[in-house]
Design a protein around this ligand. Sequence first.
Ligand code: ZN
Length: 157
Amino acid sequence: MRISKLLGLLALPLVAFSTPLYAAKTCELSIDGNDQMQFSKKEMRVGADCTEIKLTLKHVGKLPKAAMGHNWVLTKASDMNAVDAAAASAGPANDYIPKEDQRIIAHTKLIGGGETASVTFSATKLKAGEDYKFFCSFPGHVATMNGAFIQEQASKS
Ligand code: ZN
């Protein structure tokens, strides 16, 4: 009697603190852009348990937006070049973001030296097994400013 009560008390915290399988989890990522037309990362990863992703881009350079603007745009790898071309047409008035382009999964605004921008998006926009790329859509920057965006898969256990 006394032992079973003790076991019951021990089990209680385990039940209370176990995480629901699909608990909301915002995963934060950060990346820098500089005056040398470079991102600080060539690859970004998010865990399979992230339900939402918050990306923060910081421009650590000094040059103004008009000369060395950076943004962070996420698309399927296969869409990157076409979206980049559309971005050039959209022009600086639109932060080099084509309006209502369904191929863009997420993007920040365009920023200049010393500025920071963030974007939060749902992980449900990502599909398992798809290849994604992040890049800067300022004209000419995609060549050096791009990288792989990887959503890790849940282990099959
Ligand atoms: Zn850029």
